[in-house]
Design a protein around this ligand. Sequence first.
Ligand code: NAI
Length: 296
Amino acid sequence: MRALAKGSVVAVIGGGAMGRGIAQVAASSGHEVRIFDTRPDAAADAVDAIGKVFATLVGKGRMDAAQAGPARERLRAVASLAELKDAALAVEAIVENLEAKRRLFAELEGIVDAGCILATNTSSISVTAIAAGLRHPERLVGMHFFNPVPLMALVEVVSGLATDREVAATVYATAQDWGKDPVHAKSSPGFIVNRVARPFYAEALRLLQENAADAPTLDAVMRDCGGFRMGPFELMDLIGHDVNFSVTQSVHAAYFGDQRFTPSVLQQEMVNAGFLGRKSGRGFYRYGEDAPQAVA
Ligand code: NAI
């Protein structure tokens, strides 16, 4: 199966942490990229931020200036979904909520051409459920990137019950073309990585609540002795507690309340407080100009 043609339009819906990363990778791989976000200025901010990333990469000698200029030119913020009409692939990276995703794809289906592939970057919601209700559920597939997108090679290509094999194969080939290492997965709660990772977060949160050790100590143990690239608390801060908590809730609900996946009350309080991690400046650590500081 062939990857999407270079120069074809990739729409990215949601200009947050993930949408930015996906847009950066797609533009670097030769696609025209259109970013839409419901939050005013978010799409334009995303384009600016990606332009700065390109400039930094050029400054560090990790990207050719001759590639960075055209890649930046291929990025455009749009103010309405209607402007995504020419997309060959539309990747959704909005809030982790089934109804919001369903509404978005139902609207998109009325705008894009019949051949446009609809992809969701959901971390945990059933791809089958997101596609249900579409006129053509067979063209919807999961394209699950990991944070930070430009650095993380894995992409889970997730098929729901209705997903067309050729659609999944095209997305797989496209991910490879974008320099990623894709893997096919069936739509089951949490897919592969987020399913396996739930106990990593859950047990770390339980240890913290039981005062076994503080977050920096637990992180250091898992990172320096356990061989993980990041400890559980710094990783949750990177992912965002809102996103991470939603994923746990979604996996818990999908397994009919199985206690193994019970969400953490502590993490719920973090979300209630707006302590979402890096993106809000505070999670288990504080983020400012200096290195992250543990919250006392
Ligand atoms: P984020 O909160 O940084 O960004 C989400 C963006 O979507 C915001 O800018 C928001 O204004 C926009 N948005 C919300 N509803 C919208 C709508 N109806 N139409 C257009 N834009 C809308 O979230 P993040 O971290 O980028 O996550 C987005 C998606 O990616 C979620 O489904 C999440 O589960 C998934 N994901 C997140 C990962 C992470 O580590 N944060 C990893 C892999 C997947």
